[in-house]
Design a protein around this ligand. Sequence first.
Ligand code: FES
Ligand code: FE
Length: 376
Amino acid sequence: MTTTGLPESLIATLPGHYYTDADIFRLEQEHIFETMWFCVARSRELDKPGAFRTVDVGRESILVTRSRDHAIRAFFNVCRHRGAKLCTEESGEVKRAFQCPYHAWTYDLQGKLIAAPNLSRMTDVGRTEYGLVNVHVREWLGYVWICLADDPPSFEEQVIGEVVARLGEVAAVDRYNIADLEVGKRIVYDVKANWKLIVENFMECYHCATIHPELTEVLPEFADGYAAQYFVGHGAEFGADVKGFTVDGSEGLDRIPTVSEDQDRRYYAITVKPQVFINLVPDHVIFHRMFPVAADRTIVECDWLYLKDVVDSGKDVSRSVELFDRVNRQDFDACERCQPAMSSRLYAKGGVLVPSEHHIGVFHDWVHARLGARQP
Ligand code: FES
Ligand code: FE
């Protein structure tokens, strides 16, 4: 027994209310999602000036677009006049400006106020001062990452640092050339579970033998329950007679030519807190972005990325996609099975982590540290 009253093998999870309580979720919005770098879109979704996407990040609606100079920009999706939501569509394209549907204040793609009824008679109203309010933007791996903090944390530390901590060096991810890959398939999952259950599930493989028969067929070492992502630089090796990372172990697609020999026939999983999972295999990359919308609901957007030639030539990626689509559904079903029990009185003090899950305790410490003294 330890001081926590638990046997040596076990450590406690977070208490149940961390997964259900609206006040905790609000704190997470404020101190995690609205403060850290948050991955919102594939850069190529915004292929030309005026293409836009709106996303909810924490409690804010954010408008992401490409301006005339081809730079990606992100703004609070809030009209500077009386606060109407500027863009109500999830994605689309405008010709040269965003016009508020309420009183027609109009902003160019740089966010500047360019027109409004009677604006010429209000010469004291600054066009930039009353323009849309910018949000910090970075592009990496072909994705748009934004940060709502006035003074954002170092992208190198928060985002790239997590990838380096897992793979040992940034060159290891660069070799997959993710920015140049094309989306071959995107599936959006509406998961009725707290985002932390999804992170915790992704971090461990204790469940792999039980719920992922197809995955453990392809990656036999996963049957032991030790998550590959727990060991720096380690990728789980494909089974001897497995030809590719597909639902039936059959041949995959064209291999990404810059992937190194020692990365070949291996699977690497990376958790980039708070809301990105990156999965690397020699012929494709599976990229998850979570959008936590409530304590008990998370939208997960998952992209399967292949070489441009593979996508352009219309090669059949269905067996490749099906493997991780099944894994996703198996995982999200498990998370949804846990969610209702988070409010059970039996789980008020939480559950336990076995040794192969102890690294999840580090994630819990991180949550506590982010929320600090504010936790109810
Ligand atoms: Fe947008 Fe009035 S609220 S123009
Ligand atoms: Fe899983």
